[in-house]
Design a protein around this ligand. Structure first.
Ligand SMILES: [Zn+2]
Ligand SMILES: [Zn+2]
Length: 253
């Protein structure tokens, strides 16, 4: 209730541009923001297509509006049928009554290979890297006018072996949003589930001179009391740590 029950969806504002990373259930409320601000052209960057990262997509209202254009990109499906196919399957009868074709916005679906870099807008650069997750996932580094934020979820670490791809991607970033689903106590029971811990996120951030570590992708079994206690613990461990809450807004200046 206090930290938020919706699944992954991050808004990024860079200058006059707004775009989204992941389409978990959080994107339903975010739809209203896009309509209010009348954002006509936007991007949706998907880390991967597990349910908790795409379940909100059928409720992304701007996608039904012919005045808007949305480019959807994913880095893990180029050789596995592509992202359009996966999103269309999710909206297929009898799982969902409204098909993807009902979305009247100018949609374009683009598959790339995690590790490739690209430009979203003239002044927004993206770098990517593959993550260690069942069925694959992609991390995104966003750069705009000397500021950078890196979105690193979902990923599993190997204890004692920092992920070199992640270290290279997050080097010197202003903020890293990292998959902290489990505690170190819970982690050994969940090897192979594809998630990490805040302790590993902090180690990576400190090793790569990152300023802020946003603790993200909370386990739904973690209650508000549990998260309150964790919040105290992480702040004591390092002043750069903080726990993400729904609707939290971070300004990098
Ligand atoms: Zn996943
Ligand atoms: Zn996830």
């Amino acid at each position: 209730m206090k930290y938020g029950g919706n699944t992954s969806c991050i808004e990024v504002q860079a200058g006059e541009h707004t775009f989204v990373m992941d389409a978990g259930t959080g994107i339903r409320n975010f739809s209203k923001v896009i309509l209010e601000r009348d954002v006509r052209k936007t991007y949706l960057l998907l880390t991967h297509t597990h349910w908790d990262h795409i379940n909100g997509f059928p409720f992304f209202i701007p996608a039904y509006d012919p005045k808007r254009s949305i480019t959807i990109r994913a880095g893990h499906l180029k050789h596995q049928g592509g992202v359009q196919n996966v999103l269309s399957t999710q909206m297929h009868n009898p799982m969902f009554p409204v098909p993807l074709e009902a979305m009247q916005a100018n949609l374009s679906f683009e598959d790339f290979e995690a590790g490739e870099d690209f430009k979203l807008f003239d002044d927004v650069q993206i770098r990517t890297t593959p993550l260690n997750h069942p069925n694959g996932a992609t991390a995104y580094r966003v750069e705009h006018k000397g500021k950078s934020v890196v979105y690193v979820t979902d990923t599993e670490h190997i204890p004692g072996k920092p992920d070199q791809n992640i270290l290279a991607l997050i080097e010197g970033a202003d903020m890293v949003i990292y998959d902290c689903t489990y505690t170190e106590d819970e982690f050994p029971e969940k090897i192979g589930w594809g998630h990490s811990t805040w302790n590993e996120g902090m180690r990576l951030c400190q090793a790569a001179n990152v300023k802020k570590h946003a603790i993200f992708h909370h386990d739904p079994e973690h209650t508000d009391d549990f998260m309150d206690a964790m919040s105290e613990e992480v702040t004591k461990a390092w002043s750069g740590n903080f726990i993400c809450r729904e609707n939290m807004e971070i300004i990098l200046d």
